[in-house]
Design a protein around this ligand. Structure first.
Ligand code: CO8
Length: 258
């Protein structure tokens, strides 16, 4: 169905694998479009409650935007590349109402780290290496990295990572708060799936509300606390809230539907 993306449904988990191993899964235009379509399809599918995003092979999650594609771009083309990519993939993932877990299985560099950072949760294998090497190429992170790295690790560490263009190891990323968990490579998928299983016990509509509320804090001109109040109120009109609260009172497990 896609040239560069594999999709597998595992129960209520939709596993999306970026599959350009010879280029270390670098993101060319076609891959960005295919990822957009795969995530949109999964987000709209009532049978999917969690999306897991990973890279093929055991060496790289995503080694960045495809440098060969933008090497001779001019100012307008560079700006358009960043804007289109941000809108169609990176901000799109961040705003997906289905939680996205990035299973970072190796290099996550440049646009690859930006892809992991726009995901809602990050789990890394111990061989993973993360960095934003853009300034070594004469550009800056263009897929939201200057914003999301700062949000995740704070300005001082973000400055160091961006200015030095260096890579950090998985353990350091864990200490910095850049990833949620670090495990051995052969445990990466089971760990991501275990987190997904916990999420799948809960109300999908409430999680979508939580995503909108949490994200609102980072959007210009929007007051996150106001969005939280609004989203909280909306929950009271959902079948999931009725089911969740009734199940608690009846001392049974809730039966949520997406
Ligand atoms: N783009 C295109 N091809 C790549 C990329 C990439 N980002 N990364 C690796 N490849 C290719 C290599 O060219 C090589 O192909 P070939 O065999 O045809 O020469 C193949 O993948 C294997 O790579 P290496 O032989 O280099 O493998 P090593 O194990 O020696 O090194 C590294 C692995 C360290 C990951 C190395 O490949 C590397 O440094 N890659 C580039 C990493 C990088 O700089 N990434 C950031 C790119 S810039 C970016 O992401 C900008 C995002 C924002 C853009 C917004 C619009 C402007």
């Amino acid at each position: 169905m896609y040239n560069n993306v594999l999709v597998e449904q595992k129960g209520q988990i939709n596993l999306i694998t970026i599959n350009r191993p010879k280029q270390l899964n670098a993101l060319n235009k076609e891959t960005i479009e295919e990822l957009h379509n795969a995530i949109k399809t999964a987000d709209e599918d009532v049978n999917t409650g969690v999306i897991i995003l990973t890279g093929s092979g055991d060496k790289s999650f995503v080694a960045g935007a495809d440098i060969k594609e933008f090497a001779d771009f001019n100012i307008a083309q560079g700006g358009e590349l960043a804007l289109k990519g941000q809108q169609s993939l990176f901000t799109f993932i961040e705003n997906s109402s289905t939680p996205v877990i990035a299973a970072v299985n190796g290099f996550a560099l440049g646009g690859g780290l930006e892809l992991a950072m726009c995901s809602h949760i990050r789990v890394a294998s111990s061989n993973a290496r993360m960095g934003l090497p853009e300034v070594s190429l004469g550009v800056i992170p263009g897929y939201g990295g200057t914003q999301r790295l700062t949000q995740l690790v704070g300005r001082g560490k973000a400055n160091e990572m961006v200015f030095t263009a260096g890579m950090i190891k998985a353990d350091e990323a864990l200490t910095w708060g850049l990833v949620n968990h670090v495990v051995e490579l052969d445990e990466l998928m089971t760990t991501a799936e275990a987190i997904a299983a916990k999420i799948l016990n809960n109300s999908g509509t409430a999680i979508a509300s939580a995503i909108r509320s949490i994200n609102a804090n980072y959007n210009d001109g929007i007051h996150g606390y106001d969005v939280e109040v609004e989203e909280f109120g909306k929950c009271f009109g959902t079948a999931d809230f009725k089911e969740g609260s009734t199940a608690f009172l009846e001392k049974r497990k809730p039966n949520f539907r997406k």
